[in-house]
Design a protein around this ligand. Structure first.
Ligand SMILES: Cc1cc2nc3c(=O)[nH]c(=O)nc-3n(C[C@H](O)[C@H](O)[C@H](O)COP(=O)(O)OP(=O)(O)OC[C@H]3O[C@@H](n4cnc5c(N)ncnc54)[C@H](O)[C@@H]3O)c2cc1C
Ligand SMILES: NC(=O)c1ccc[n+]([C@@H]2O[C@H](COP(=O)([O-])OP(=O)(O)OC[C@H]3O[C@@H](n4cnc5c(N)ncnc54)[C@H](O)[C@@H]3O)[C@@H](O)[C@H]2O)c1
Length: 474
């Protein structure tokens, strides 16, 4: 029997950072809003991704900085306290309980329905076949993504770790093999190495962090190797066999035995079991959206897809940004307005998604980038120039740690004389990134940047050095 419909203005499917922020915006504007969640309110980010991974990484990076600082290093008598690091991580995930986030929903006036939601035709979501939620104005699909595992003989039987296990394990594997050369691979390799695992990274390509400038991957590989990680390139895993430990067969390069293997080989959309067929769409695909996150192939202006599930940028801050834009568009359309989603940097267009989003990789050294790489800018047809500077030559950096190593690059658009991309790699560069984001998004003319004076002696003085290098080299 079909349950009685419960009508809301907005139904949000998935309570990760994207879903929470859509709901926040629509509810704050006075639209009745319900959110459906099958696991924990807060999503992957809070419990199996950003938060636990950064809690695992931070102690190792703090220790590395102290160990590189004369006077302070003498105070260090041992390594990390593994139990204390894992306890710190567990605190940050609230021991995998979502009471705090449920309370936030309640205080914001957003209704929560727990269970697995599926679209049930236009403007309707059926939860566990028990409750039927209908939406007067919009349904927002915010179901996120999950790890993609390749088809390799023996992989399923080897019970590999995915990002979920790598961020929540209570046990440090003595030997950890990490397959992949992207962000999850390098961050988790760094974290578990700092906790004592013998880590081997198996990258099938010739570099790490393929979406960043190539020097970022090179410096991160160097940092991993200095920490004792065995980083191997052009290495393909062709089969796995678990017999207690797991044996990985490496195409053309023998075998590797490990206690655990992490597969960090990208993501798939969680759209395979959300009722896509009920609205004429195929399950299992990323949802293609316009700049206000409205699903392009669905008529009637009621279906939005926000966050990882639309594949624009798989990052929490971009999902939250899209949610603010989509929320504004839903509210405007609910008021009968026609929001103009074509205005770049306008209220209803997630333009920053396509300008190159900011991202920090929290390894040691950190890699932080925003906007276009030199290659991407050239491929986009821009006439550009890269300006590089060694970060270790900046006073603030040399004071930060002894023997500071790092590099900065800005990509300058020679026609418009604005910065279209920036990359910083080095210890503690994460907090530098927002200065670059403001310069890129604000399209600040390089002549005006001379007046943005960085304080002495901070690492930010690299901006001045980059401008001087640009001037001196014509
Ligand atoms: C190890 C790791 C580390 C990361 N670190 C960072 C970082 O430092 N910074 C950063 O910006 N990004 C990071 N990311 C990426 C970030 O986690 C994602 O971009 C972000 O979580 C996406 O948010 P979302 O709301 O789209 O989806 P999710 O966080 O995946 O949330 C989706 C929610 O929907 C629920 N759901 C799914 N299907 C249904 C259904 N049918 N019914 C009901 N509920 C459903 C899920 O249970 C989940 O709670 C990391 C990712 C990984 C894997
Ligand atoms: N600090 C952060 O911002 C942060 C941290 C972690 C994850 N994330 C986000 O999460 C997303 C997922 O991260 P990820 O590292 O899983 O994906 P990714 O796309 O960054 O990297 C996937 C890696 O796996 C490799 N790969 C793919 N298929 C393979 C196969 N069959 N065999 C061997 N290697 C294979 C790719 O070449 C690549 O090196 C990313 O888009 C990232 O933006 C962000």
């Amino acid at each position: 029997m079909t349950p009685q419909p419960e009508q809301y203005d907005v139904v949000v499917l998935g309570a990760g950072p994207a879903g929470e922020n859509v709901a926040d915006r629509t509810r704050a504007a006075g639209l009745s809003t319900v959110i459906v969640e099958s696991q924990l309110v807060g999503g992957e980010c809070s419990y199996w991704a950003c938060i636990p991974s950064k809690a695992l990484l931070r102690p190792g990076s703090a220790l590395a900085h102290v160990r590189a600082l004369p006077g302070a290093k003498q105070a260090v008598n041992g390594g990390l306290d593994t139990a204390a690091v894992l306890a710190y991580r567990d605190e940050f995930t609230s021991h995998w309980h979502d009471d705090g986030q449920v309370e936030w929903l309640r205080s914001a006036g957003i209704d929560l329905v727990r269970g697995h939601g599926r679209l049930a035709g236009e403007r309707a979501v059926l939860v566990d076949d028990e409750r039927l939620l209908t939406a007067r104005h919009a349904v927002a699909v915010c179901t996120g993504s999950r790890p993609a595992l390749p088809h390799i003989p023996g992989l399923a039987e080897a019970h590999p770790w995915t990002s979920r296990d790598a961020t929540s394990s209570a046990v440090v594997p003595p030997r950890l093999a990490v397959v992949g050369g992207g962000v999850v691979a390098v961050e988790m390799a760094a974290a578990w190495r700092s906790l004592g695992s013998e880590v081997t990274v198996l990258a099938r390509g010739g570099r790490l962090l393929g979406r960043m400038e190539s020097f970022a991957g090179e410096l991160v590989a160097e940092g991993l190797r200095e920490a004792g990680v065995d980083v191997r390139f052009h290495t393909e895993v062709t089969a796995l066999h678990r017999d207690g430990p797991v044996t990985l067969t490496l195409g053309g390069d023998g075998e590797l035995v490990a206690d655990q293997v992490l597969y960090a080989t990208g993501r798939l959309p969680r759209t395979d079991d959300i009722g896509m067929e009920s609205i004429g769409l195929s399950p299992g695909n990323w949802l293609d959206v316009d700049d206000s996150c409205l699903v392009k192939t669905v008529q009637g202006g009621w279906l939005y897809a926000v966050g990882d599930v639309n594949h624009r940028n798989l990052l929490t801050h971009q999902g939250k940004y899209q949610a603010r834009i989509a929320g504004a568009a839903i509210v405007a359309r609910a008021r009968g307005e026609q929001p103009d989603t074509s205005v770049r940097w306008g209220e209803y267009a997630a333009s920053a998604d396509t300008a190159g989003p900011p991202q920090v990789v929290f390894t040691e050294p950190e890699a932080a980038a925003v906007g276009l790489t030199l290659d991407a800018a050239e491929r986009a047809g821009l006439r550009v120039r890269a300006i590089d500077y060694e970060l270790g030559q900046v006073s603030g950096a040399s004071l930060y740690t002894d023997g500071y190593q790092g590099r900065a690059r800005i990509v300058l658009d020679l026609e418009r004389r604005v910065v279209v991309g920036a990359t910083f790699v080095g210890p503690a560069v994460a907090e530098l990134l927002h200065s670059a984001t403001v310069a890129v998004v604000g399209e600040v003319p390089i002549d005006r940047l001379w007046h943005a004076v960085p304080a002495f002696p901070t690492i930010s003085e690299v901006w001045l050095r980059l401008l001087e290098t640009c001037r001196d080299s014509g």
